[in-house]
Design a protein around this ligand. Structure first.
Ligand SMILES: Cc1cc2nc3c(=O)[nH]c(=O)nc-3n(C[C@H](O)[C@H](O)[C@H](O)COP(=O)(O)OP(=O)(O)OC[C@H]3O[C@@H](n4cnc5c(N)ncnc54)[C@H](O)[C@@H]3O)c2cc1C
Length: 391
């Protein structure tokens, strides 16, 4: 028997699901959030580096902040290095489990009904609504809603059930939390650690760092080589998957796809909290309109896709091109790039125009810098022209 009909069910209690559910409940929608684990934020599958904007989007207290970051150091691996320090907070390193937990508490306080230790195992979309099958603490059950906001992360069970195309690229990530005396407020980037992406060293409080990388294949091999440089101690390992490249259609069957479920992580960094939480807000706003007007057709749902595209669609499409371009950058070219980045004015430009969440502006500025073009133009010239047009 299905007694209660929810306006919205949100499978997934990550930052995206929590924000979507909270926004819906605040607007008066009867909202249920279903999370398969016993608590939000576990296991941690994140390096926890959030730009100040991404952190603000989460609307949480400062409790989860472990460290502030003001710049970065890029280490080519062949000798050259480049660094910049804005001298002010540009990003935060957070305890993701604490952040997720606070977001879930906020959602519950806003009126969201929360069901933990419960997994969504199936979904059906009929003319009167969606029926979700679950398995969990209460055994096997069904829940009915007028709409679903799928925020179930990289696995995205709904795209499989409804036969919808998923993100084209999946990166896998590994990270260890180790003792490390770095330069406190700078994040280190190590492109040589992963041929198609990069490795990172993220300061995580006094004398500790999160050291990891993402790759499309042989992730463990690359990680073993990389982590060896930093000593034998390896206290804690984080592993996870990052879908890159947005699924071709992010709505359908009374369902909105948000965050990692839709493939919204930034292809230049793998960071998905900023775009994910923004997508959650767009989905919630569209859900509110659909419920108010009692319209649930694909055409009613489609304004969600228009909204996120207008917000960050161009940046993600551009990021995907840069991700593909990254493969052409050999260690030698990266070494040359680090050298020319030390030329006068480069660091100032990064500090002035750089934006972790919207890198288009700074990349455009850099790409047409004659020094950069001289060392990398041969390899990336055609792609740059196709990205920006001839200048
Ligand atoms: C190694 C690594 C490092 C990263 N570093 C960063 C970083 O520094 N900064 C950044 O911004 N991003 C980072 N990311 C990406 C970031 O973690 C994700 O983009 C972000 O967590 C997406 O949020 P989400 O809510 O969409 O998904 P998730 O956080 O994955 O949440 C999905 C939730 O859904 C639940 N769930 C899944 N299936 C079901 C089901 N069937 N039923 C019920 N519940 C279900 C899961 O248990 C989970 O709680 C990293 C990712 C990895 C793998």
């Amino acid at each position: 028997m299905l007694s209660v009909i929810y306006d919205v069910i949100v499978p997934g209690g990550g930052p995206v699901g929590c924000m979507a559910a909270e926004c819906c409940a605040k607007a008066g929608l009867k909202t249920l959030l279903i999370e398969e684990h016993a608590a939000a934020g576990i296991p941690v599958q994140c390096a926890g580096l959030l730009s100040s904007n991404a952190f603000e989007e989460c609307e949480v207290s400062e409790r989860s902040i472990i460290q502030t970051v003001s710049g970065a150091r890029v280490i080519s691996g062949l000798g050259e290095e480049f660094s910049f320090d804005a001298g002010e907070v540009k990003a935060y390193v957070v305890d993701r489990s604490a952040l997720d937990r606070e977001m879930l508490e906020k959602a519950a306080n806003a009126g969201v009904e929360v069901k933990l230790k419960t997994s969504v195992t199936g979904a059906k979309n009929g003319s009167t609504g969606c029926v979700l099958s679950t398995k969990g603490v209460d055994g096997i059950r069904e829940f009915k809603s007028r709409l679903v906001i799928a925020a179930d992360g990289p696995r995205n069970i709904f795209s499989r059930i409804y036969g919808m195309k998923r993100a084209p690229v999946f990166l896998s990530g590994v990270q260890a939390d180790v003792p490390y005396e770095g330069e406190g407020r700078l994040v280190e980037l190590h492109p040589y650690a992963s041929p198609g992406f990069f490795g990172w060293v993220i300061p995580a409080g006094t004398g500790r760092a999160r050291i990891g990388l993402c790759a499309q294949k042989d992730t463990d091999v690359h990680f073993e080589q990389f982590i060896r440089k930093f000593g034998p101690s390896c206290v804690h390992q984080v592993t996870g998957t990052i879908p890159l490249g947005i699924m071709p259609k992010t709505y359908g069957n009374r369902t909105f796809f948000c965050g990692d479920a839709a493939g919204f992580a930034k292809p230049t960094s793998g960071g998905g909290v900023y775009t994910g939480v923004r997508s959650a807000r767009h989905a919630a706003l569209t859900a509110i309109k659909c419920c108010e007007s009692d319209l649930f057709s694909d055409s009613a749902l489609s304004s969600y896709e228009s909204a996120w595209k207008a917000d960050f669609g161009r940046e993600l499409a551009f990021g995907m091109k840069l991700f593909r371009m990254r493969r052409n950058l050999t260690p030698e070219i990266i070494d040359d790039l680090c050298r020319v980045m030390n030329e006068k004015g480069m660091a100032d430009d990064i500090i002035r125009y750089g934006d972790m969440d919207r890198p288009g502006r700074i990349v455009r500025k850099m790409a047409f810098n004659p020094s950069i073009y001289r060392v990398a133009g041969k390899v990336i010239g055609n792609e740059i022209r196709s990205l920006f047009g001839k200048e």
